[in-house]
Design a binder for this molecule. Structure first.
Ligand SMILES: [Zn+2]
Ligand SMILES: [Zn+2]
Length: 183
């Protein structure tokens, strides 16, 4: 398995789970592989068993945790575009670290594929990604928000607090996308 600089497995849809906070550099004896590992997955686990902070990222990447516990790391409750193959959704839900959303998490898609998750962002971070701001703006406007309220909300977005936005990047064209819990 390919590994990045931190020695973590490579997650095509969540390239830096240390940066997003879904994986932390804390030792764990993994409930799946039973090995002592230097990194712990701290994101959500959807399974019958209580599995908070007991899994290593390797067992997520190779699918062992998903099959042993019939677990998902993201709750599937969004509309996947028709051009996205089912095995992509399988990887997103069962072999990719999830993240804690304030409400129901979503996974954004672009170019017929799931996008990479890049973590929570606020107005300051979003300034570098005008296309993501435009995506949020059209989302909010589409929900019937008046323009001044949309602009106020976009300025109020915070990386560490609420409201926040979740940033994604297309793996094919590089476009940045974002959504926020408010909608
Ligand atoms: Zn493990
Ligand atoms: Zn794209």
């Amino acid at each position: 398995m390919l590994a990045d600089r931190a020695g973590l497995p490579r997650f095509p849809y969540h390239p830096d789970p240390l940066a997003t906070g879904s994986v932390v550099a804390a030792e764990v004896v993994c409930a799946c592989c039973r090995q002592r590992r230097p990194f712990t997955y701290v994101g959500p686990v959807y399974a019958v068993e209580e599995l908070a902070r007991v899994l290593c990222p390797w067992c997520i990447a190779n699918g062992q945790a998903a099959s042993m516990f019939d677990a998902q790391f993201t709750d599937a409750d969004w509309r996947v575009p028709e051009d996205v193959p089912a095995d992509v959704t399988e990887v997103v839900l069962r072999r990719t670290p999830g993240f804690d959303g304030w409400q129901q998490e979503q996974w954004l898609h672009h170019c017929g594929d799931a996008a990479e998750f890049h973590g929570c962002v606020g107005a300051g971070e979003l300034a570098a990604f005008p296309e993501a701001v435009e995506h949020l703006r059209s989302d909010l406007t589409g929900h019937g928000w008046p323009a001044d309220q949309v602009e106020w909300y976009l300025q109020a977005l915070s990386k560490d607090g609420q409201p926040t936005a979740y940033l994604f990047r297309c793996r094919h064209c590089g476009t940045h996308l974002a959504y926020s819990d408010s909608t």
